[in-house]
Design a protein around this ligand. Structure first.
Ligand SMILES: Nc1ncnc2c1ncn2[C@@H]1O[C@H](COP(=O)(O)OP(=O)(O)OP(=O)(O)O)[C@@H](O)[C@H]1O
Ligand SMILES: [Mg+2]
Length: 255
């Protein structure tokens, strides 16, 4: 299964991807694909060293038209097995591991002033996911960039399911409603997890979600320990957030 974790900026996509990865790694071989071109903290939150960006494996970043044109060559270069891309066969410098054995890949980061847009990274994510051959017991979580840029690049085509993270903001609910419509058009499974929920915000959040016909599959409470560990650039520590997520994943038959 390839699950895209998406949603508005700052809702908690990266934090929940790490926590979900940990929960899933108790029974499955988990890989996380970091397809966010701007944030760089995922390796630290996972307790893994930063892997070499995959964009370097395919000869570096190029203009998006060129990348689109090169799709068959890129897919071929990434395919170490004749059936397609096998994550366990990629050169070791492109996959690092967390203490729990979660594999981390990163697509690429925008680091230089004036280097152009991030579209080529989204195209590369789509090529990677679209040609992926997962083996029994393997699952891939894709931590996406904020918003809906990836929608414009059809990255969703190459995944099986989408999990939208919302927080107690109307903007994040609107973004999730758009993602729900895309998932429905593409025939992908779709879930919504509300994050950073407090006693005071839960009711208005649920009411606004209902107004948008958005089904919330579960709520993760605001967890101060999680917030502080992020702030300190540490491997994530969580109390209530982990317990809530575990319950949600069990209810959704994801564990
Ligand atoms: N349940 C939670 N309780 C408290 N703080 C949280 C929770 N979830 C996430 N956060 C905090 O919110 C901040 C943003 O989280 P995170 O980076 O995971 O969001 P994101 O959606 O990945 O952001 P971006 O769109 O920039 O990639 C982090 O500093 C994190 O500590
Ligand atoms: Mg993030």
């Amino acid at each position: 299964m390839r699950v895209m974790v998406c949603g508005k900026g700052g809702t908690g996509k990266t934090a929940l991807t790490v926590l979900m990865g940990r929960i899933l790694s108790e029974n499955l071989k988990v890989y996380i694909v970091d397809s966010d071109e701007s944030n760089i903290l995922l390796p630290a939150f996972l307790g893994a060293s930063p892997p070499k960006p995959l964009v370097e494996f395919v000869g570096g970043k190029r203009e998006e038209e060129e990348f689109e044109r090169m799709e068959p060559d890129i897919a071929k270069a990434l395919s170490m097995a004749k059936e397609g891309v096998r994550l366990d066969l990629l050169p070791p410098e492109y996959v690092s591991f967390s203490p729990e054995g979660i594999g981390l890949l990163t697509i690429g980061k925008v680091r230089e002033y004036g280097e152009g847009c991030a579209c080529p990274f989204n195209i590369l994510t789509r090529i990677l996911l679209g040609n992926l051959v997962l083996r029994e017991g393997e699952i891939v979580l894709v931590d996406t960039d904020a918003g809906v840029e990836h929608v414009g690049r059809r990255v969703e085509d190459a995944c099986d399911s989408m999990l939208a993270v919302v927080d107690p903001t109307l903007e994040s609910l609107e973004a999730a409603a758009l993602l729900r419509d895309i998932a429905s058009t593409l025939g992908k499974r779709f879930w919504v997890v509300a994050n950073k929920v407090t006693e005071e915000t839960e009711k208005p959040l649920m009411e606004e979600a209902a107004r948008l016909n958005l089904k919330i599959d579960g709520a993760v409470r605001f967890d101060e320990r999680l917030q502080i560990s992020c702030l300190k650039r540490e491997p994530l520590k969580a109390d209530t957030a982990m317990a809530d997520l575990r319950r949600i994943m069990r209810n959704l038959n994801l564990t």
